[in-house]
Design a protein around this ligand. Structure first.
Ligand code: GLA
Length: 347
């Protein structure tokens, strides 16, 4: 039996966790998180700190040319230097998203209450932002190995998210902003960096088919390398079969070549009782066993599985579900939970 998660899956895929700088830097109450992340995980994703609202500096608004951007390179330095010194690879999350992007970024003169800009202006802003972030990250050679280029652009019914919830769509009037984002990401990313389309509820057939259609197009344009399946699960949904069907559907775009990553895996569980934690461990184990089978028997190119949080005390689910959640692999004292032990027993 392997002693760490990283060892358990080392021949199959990277195992990752979502983190924040306070855990990477091991500050105060997060002291114990740092050695745990280093020991158990091979890949990290910043929970919020590489989203546009964190990287786009307010000073951008004062730029003379209203398509120039100023990004927070100090924050990137903190993230990238910790990743480097801890021997971790980093998934960049996320470049183009309707959420957690400042309102002014989409508006005339970078004004909060301005009108939406025209497509040509937005395209320049997009290119400048993507170039600035990717090129800066590349000054730390080999740390960022993947980007979620576009996040959550498809609705539950499989249709594109439209102008009601996305200013990107509002400005372009169609989904060509997605193609453009991938075009620019490909243009500026190094050859060995993989580009992903990332979304949630990706296992639901209608949404899955909508994602499939768009990613197929992007893949055929040569600008997308894979699908990020967020994988926010419940205790009784989705079934392992439904997850497997989605994996196989995405894999069919280019069998064995297109990459599949589970990018934000967690399982809402409002009970920390032994019985419920046992059920959760069993379900996680079945999912991981299915992933190993897909990789080994069906040659699906699964390259990373990331858990959305290190320990139960930091899961976003407790806030989102408005009840305490115990969905992760380590408890609030950073002790490994039953699920972690079960996963380490996988061969
Ligand atoms: C989505 C986003 C993530 C994160 C989660 C909630 O899945 O992709 O970045 O915001 O919601 O933590």
């Amino acid at each position: 039996m392997a002693s760490t998660l990283k060892e358990t899956f080392q021949n199959e895929f990277l195992i990752g966790s979502c983190v924040n700088t306070w855990q990477l830097e091991g500050v105060k109450i997060f002291k114990k998180a740092k050695p745990l992340i280093k020991k158990e995980f091979a890949s990290i994703t910043m929970e919020n700190q590489m989203k546009p609202d964190k990287l786009l500096k307010e000073e951008t608004k004062n730029c003379e040319i209203k398509t120039d951007v100023i990004i927070d390179t100090e924050l990137l330095d903190r993230i990238l230097s910790e990743a480097k010194s801890m021997g971790l690879l980093l998934r960049g999350h996320t470049l183009v998203w309707h959420g957690q992007t400042p309102k002014w970024f989409f508006r005339e003169d970078y004004k909060e209450d301005g009108k939406l800009v025209d497509r040509e202006t937005m395209s320049k802003r997009m290119e400048n932002y993507i170039r600035a972030v990717i090129e800066y990250c590349d000054t730390y050679d080999g740390i960022v190995y993947a980007w979620d280029v576009v996040n959550e652009a498809i609705h539950d019914d499989g249709n594109p998210r439209d102008e009601k919830t996305s200013d990107w769509f509002g400005i372009y009037g169609d989904t060509s902003y997605i193609n453009e984002a991938f075009f620019y990401a490909r243009k500026y990313a190094k050859k060995d960096v993989s580009l992903f389309y990332n979304d949630y509820d990706e296992y639901n057939p209608e949404k899955r088919d909508g994602i499939y259609k768009k990613v197929k197009e992007l893949y055929e344009e040569g600008n997308c390398d894979g699908v990020g399946m967020q994988s926010h699960y419940d205790m009784d949904y989705p079934s392992v079969d439904l997850i497997k069907e989605a994996i196989e559907k995405f894999n069919s775009i280019a069998p064995g070549k297109i990459q599949i990553q589970l990018t934000e895996m967690d399982m809402h569980n409002n009970s920390n009782d032994e019985k419920d934690q046992k059920l959760m461990a069993k379900r996680y184990k079945e999912i991981f066993q299915m992933l190993l089978d897909e990789k080994r028997n069906n040659h699906v190119n699964i390259t990373c599985v990331t858990v959305w949080g290190v320990s139960d005390n930091v899961s976003w689910l407790s806030g989102f579900r408005k009840e305490k959640s115990y969905p992760l692999f380590f408890d609030e004292n950073y002790k490994e939970k039953l699920v972690c032990k079960e996963l380490k027993s996988l061969e």
